[in-house]
Design a protein around this ligand. Structure first.
Ligand code: ISE
Length: 335
C-alpha cells in the first residue's frame, strides 16, 4: 500500500517533507500540494509528479489524499488541523500546534470528541539520533537520573523575521518539547530573562533570551535562545545526571583540530542539522499509517502542552515574573 500524501505549504519545510515523502520514505507518494503562492505549489507539484490544489480545503477533501502534512505558517496550523480531523484524515502537523493556547485547545478538544488520534505533531527532534543517544545515557548504567538540562538554540539571523514572542512559540518550543521528552516530566514554572541585546537585534526586540524552567520532580532546565546570533544554526544540549553528565554539542559533527584552531562547520539552517530526524519522523509516520501500532511521535496532547508552556513563557517575558504552569488532566485518549 502506498500512502498518498497531500502537503499544505510549499515553503522551506513543506518542500523538504514533500521531497522526502516522494523520494526517501518507503511506502509514500505525494499526490497534491497546496500553497497560498500557487505558482510555488505548481512548480513543486510538477517536480514530484503531483498536482496543485487551489485551497487547503480542496486538498484535504481530495479522494487521492490519504493523509495530510501541514507545513504552513504557524498561525494556520490549528484551523487546518481541525479541517483534517473533520475529514477524518491522519495528519502530520508541523510544530507548533498553535501559537495561541486556546487555538491548540480547540484542536485537542476536537480530537478527544472524535475519540481517535489522527494528529502526530512534527516535533522531529524526538527522532534525532543525537537526542536519542543522549536519552540512552540516562539510568544507573549511564549518567544516572537527569538533574539539570541546559539547552542552547541559535540561528544565524532570525528566520522569517521572528520577533521575541515568536522566538519562544516557534523556536524555543523545540527545547520545551524535547526536554519534556528527555526527562519524562512536566514543567512546574517558567521564567524568562531577557538580557542585553546582541549587535543586530532589531529595536524593540529582546534577543538573546534565557528561559529557566523547573519540572515537577525538580529537574532544572534552561534554554538560551538567540535568533540573531550571526554564528550559524547551532543546537546543543548538556545533561547533568546524578552519576555523570552527557553532552550533545552536535551529534552529527566531527571536531577537527588544525593550525591551532578547533571546530566544525555549522549549517545555515535547521534543514541541514536535522535532515535525518525529519526523514526518520516521516518514515515512522508512514510505517505507522500502513502497519498500525502506537503512534511513534508526539501527540496533540504534546502539542497542547507545548502551547501552554510557550504561552506562559511569553507572559513571563512580558511581566518579567515567574509564571506557574498548570496543566489540565491528560485525556484518556493520550494515556
Ligand atoms: C524553525 O521554525 C524550526 O522549526 C527549526 O527547527 C528551528 O530550530 C528554528 O530556529 C525555527 O525558527
Amino acid at each position: 500500500m502506498t500512502v498518498r500524501v497531500g502537503v499544505i505549504g510549499a515553503g522551506n519545510i513543506g518542500t523538504s517533507h514533500a521531497r522526502d515523502l516522494a523520494h526517501r520514505v518507503a511506502g509514500s507518494a505525494v499526490s497534491v500540494i497546496y500553497d497560498f503562492d500557487q505558482a510555488r505549489a505548481a512548480e513543486l507539484a510538477e517536480e514530484l509528479g503531483a498536482r496543485p490544489a487551489v485551497s487547503y480545503e480542496e486538498l484535504i477533501a481530495a479522494v487521492d489524499v490519504d493523509a495530510v502534512v501541514i507545513a504552513s505558517p504557524d498561525q494556520f496550523h490549528a484551523e487546518q488541523a481541525l479541517a483534517c480531523l473533520a475529514a477524518g484524515k491522519p495528519t502530520l502537523c508541523e510544530k507548533p500546534l498553535a501559537p495561541v493556547e486556546s487555538d491548540a485547545r480547540a484542536v485537542l478538544d476536537a480530537e478527544v470528541a472524535l475519540g481517535r488520534r489522527l494528529i502526530m505533531m512534527g516535533f522531529m527532534r524526538r527522532f534525532d539520533p543525537g537526542y536519542r543517544e543522549l536519552k540512552d545515557t540516562f539510568g544507573p548504567d549511564g549518567i544516572g537520573d537527569p538533574l539539570i538540562v541546559r539547552n542552547s538554540h541559535r540561528n544565524e539571523v532570525a528566520p522569517y523575521g521572528l520577533d521575541s514572542a515568536l522566538s519562544i512559540t516557534n523556536a524555543a518550543i523545540h527545547e520545551i518539547d524535547i526536554t519534556r521528552w528527555l526527562v519524562d516530566d512536566e514543567y512546574e514554572w517558567v521564567e524568562v530573562v531577557p538580557g542585553r541585546s546582541g549587535p543586530i537585534t532589531p529595536e524593540g526586540q529582546r534577543d538573546p533570551l534565557f528561559l529557566l524552567l523547573r519540572t515537577r520532580t525538580g529537574v532544572i532546565v534552561d534554554i538560551e535562545m538567540f535568533v540573531q546570533s550571526q554564528i550559524g544554526y547551532e543546537v546543543t544540549c548538556h545533561v547533568t545526571g546524578g552519576l555523570g553528565n552527557a553532552s550533545m554539542a552536535d551529534g552529527r559533527y566531527v571536531t577537527i583540530a588544525k593550525a591551532r584552531q578547533q571546530g566544525h562547520d555549522l549549517p545555515e539552517l535547521w534543514l541541514g542539522r536535522f535532515q535525518d530526524a525529519y526523514r526518520l519522523q516521516l518514515q515512522g509516520w508512514v510505517t505507522y499509517l500502513v502497519a498500525g501500532g502506537p503512534m511513534p511521535g508526539a501527540s496533540t496532547w504534546d502539542g497542547y502542552v507545548g502551547a501552554i508552556v510557550a504561552n506562559a513563557a511569553v507572559d513571563s517575558l512580558r511581566t518579567e515574573a515567574r509564571v506557574p504552569i498548570t496543566l489540565p488532566e491528560r485525556p484518556a485518549l493520550y494515556a
